[in-house]
Unconditional design. Structure first.
Length: 154
């Protein structure tokens, strides 16, 4: 019969070989994520340029003091309404119908662009107003405005 195994000799990997393997893994990860790393570096450079890295670093280092200062500011009675209104604003934003608002704002932007190129020296007469109602674009805008006013009055 064979003798039982009493010693197990583990395969030992040298420190240099482990470091080499780690470097290869890091190299592979850098190659795989090159674009993200470059964008991250660009973001960090921009933050550094504007001084936000120093600000963020200082806030992190002194987080207790910074948080205490912010809370002390909000404890002031003149800022209490801001905090109250901010919470109401968040609720209001949740109730907004963004698609409908976007449609209305797109129309408003079109109207502002049209108004920007209008000659201010031209006078509009009553007859011009009556003729303008027959213009399909103006009529559509007036109809939308009247529907808005009707809905707002309810």
């Amino acid at each position: 019969m064979a003798e039982p195994i009493t010693k197990i000799k583990r395969l030992e990997v040298s420190k240099e070989a482990l470091e080499q393997q780690d470097l290869q893994e890091i190299n592979h990860a850098v190659i795989e994520n090159k674009e993200a790393i470059l964008q991250g570096i660009d973001l960090l450079a921009s933050l550094h340029e504007k001084g936000f890295l120093e600000l963020g670093s200082a806030v992190v280092r002194h987080k207790e003091d910074a948080l205490a200062n912010v809370l002390r500011i909000f404890e002031n009675p003149k800022y209490a309404s801001i905090v109250s209104n901010l919470s109401k604003l968040v609720v209001l934003l949740g109730e907004l119908k963004v698609d409908e608002l976007k449609y209305l704002l797109d129309k408003l932007n079109s109207g502002l662009q049209e108004a920007a190129v209008t000659d201010d020296s031209v006078k509009t007469s009553y007859f011009d107003l009556i003729k303008a109602v027959n213009n399909p674009d103006i009529n559509r805008s007036l109809t939308m405005l009247l529907a808005f006013l009707k809905g707002m009055g309810r």
